[in-house]
Structures are given as C-alpha cells and as structure tokens.
Write a protein that binds this ligand. Structure first.
Ligand SMILES: Nc1ncnc2c1ncn2[C@@H]1O[C@H](COP(=O)(O)OP(=O)(O)OP(=O)(O)O)[C@@H](O)[C@H]1O
Ligand SMILES: [Mg+2]
Length: 235
C-alpha cells in the first residue's frame, strides 16, 4: 500500500513537472524581453539624473526589483529547459572545491568537503551539476539560520557502481508530512522562496540517469543524497 502511494506520488510529481515546465518556458521567454527594455531605460535615467535624489531613489528600486525578477526568470528557465547534457570527465574533489571557492562568501559556515580516496572521475555536465550543488547548499544555508554550532558538509563516496554525493546540514530539518512535497514545483515554506530549487535538482539529476533522495529529522538536520551511475562514458 505504501509502495503504491509512493509510486502514485512519483507519477503525479513527474506529470506536474512536465506540464509546468512547458507552460513556464513560453511565459519566461515572453517576459524577459520587455523586462530588459525596462531595465535599460531605468539605468539610463538613473545615470542621466543621478543628481536628482527622487529619480535616483526610485530608479534604484526599479533596477533592484528587475534584478530580482530576472533571478526568478533564470530559475524558471533552467527548470523548463529541455536540459541537454554536455558531459565531461570530472574529478569530484576539484569540482566540489571549485564550487565552494566561488560561493563561500554567501555561506556563513565553512563547508567541509570529504571525498573518498581514489574515487574515480565521473562523467557529468559540470554547469548543470554545479547548479544542483549550489541549490542544495543554498537550502542547507537557509536551514541553519539561528542554529547553534551550524554545520554543512559534503561527502562523496563510491557505493557499488554508483557515486553518492551527500549534502548534509544540522539545520531545522523537514517535517515528515512535508517530505513527499519538497520536490514538487512551487512547494515552499519560505517567504521569499519560489519552490523550484529541488525540482530543478531532481530534473537535472534524472537526466544524468541518477536520483536524489532525502533523509531528514526535524530539529536535527537533513541529508540530500545524489546517486549517480559510475560508468565509463554515458551517451
Ligand atoms: N536542507 C533543508 N533543510 C530543511 N528544509 C529544506 C531543506 N531543503 C529543502 N527544504 C524544504 O523544501 C522546500 C523546497 O525547497 P526548494 O529548494 O525546492 O525551494 P525553496 O528553497 O523554498 O525556494 P527556491 O526556489 O528559492 O529554491 C523548502 O522551502 C524547505 O521547506
Ligand atoms: Mg531552495
């Protein structure tokens, strides 16, 4: 019974994903062009009348808000894009530490990276997989707000013919009632969240023929496990 329920949940999630992906792809493209024109015009006025306090103040607001909308549009687009993979051979240790180097200013703790010795290189699309790791770290960062001794770490190891990459935090955790909803597009518990981060991760990982699972305990923390097939070269 529980299996049946899980299968139905998965089918429903996939169907919702597909329809929403198609719908928002068109919408996001339509919105982007006029938005860019508004931004260009606002930047022009912002510079030209920088000596007029009112104009400066309000065009600053317009520009900031457009940048926020643009960030959402980027999320929409990467969620809806028919993600074509550009596979490259990647050393996980270098790959993960490269990501941390570029985003560490936005994370309030040192992210520990533990990669098993002699872990073979993997074939992934580095750009897209980077987005997965960044999204998961961004969630981990939100989860450790106001936590005593916050910690975030990444562990990568080989398990049978798979590579498991775990992103672990000791943050607020996820209610067991919510666990089945977190990968559904637009499901969020955050005031400023879109609820697309995990849906994007799931879609990218599945294109890699892998899967993502989660273990979480309320007030103890969460572990998101990415499992990728370890094969010489994927087509
Ligand atoms: N590490 C985590 N710890 C606790 N809750 C989490 C964690 N990761 C995800 N969640 C829960 O899952 C929900 C969905 O996450 P998801 O990344 O899809 O969207 P979001 O973070 O709310 O918004 P965004 O689109 O900006 O990523 C979150 O709102 C949060 O409730
Ligand atoms: Mg998120």
């Amino acid at each position: 019974m529980k299996n049946l329920k899980n299968n139905l949940n998965k089918k429903l999630t996939d169907q919702i994903n597909n329809s929403i992906q198609t719908m928002i792809a068109g919408l996001a493209h339509e919105i982007r062009n006029p938005l860019n024109s508004i931004k260009g015009a606002s930047e022009y006025l912002n510079k030209k009348y920088s000596n007029l306090d009112d104009v400066k103040e309000f065009t600053d607001i317009i520009i900031n808000e457009i940048e926020r909308l643009d960030k959402y549009l980027n999320e929409f687009l990467s969620f809806s894009r028919g993600v074509k993979l550009k596979l490259k051979k990647v050393n996980l240790e270098n790959f993960l530490s490269g990501i941390i180097m570029t985003i560490k200013h936005s994370i309030p703790v040192d992210v520990g990276i533990f990669v098993e010795k002699n872990l073979p290189d993997i074939y992934i699309d580095p750009e897209q997989m980077r987005q997965v790791i960044v999204n998961l770290l961004s969630n981990a960062k939100d989860a450790i707000i106001n936590i005593k001794n916050p910690e975030i770490k990444i562990i990568a190891r080989k398990i049978k013919n798979k590579v498991h990459i775990s992103i672990i935090d000791n943050g607020h955790g996820i209610k067991s009632d919510d666990i089945n909803s977190i990968f559904v597009p637009f499901w969020t518990t955050k005031e400023n969240g879109l609820g697309l981060g995990l849906a994007i991760c799931k879609s990218i990982i599945e294109k890699h023929k892998g899967n993502i699972s989660v273990r979480s305990k309320l007030n103890k923390g969460s572990e998101f496990i990415i499992s990728l097939p370890l094969i010489e070269q994927r087509k």
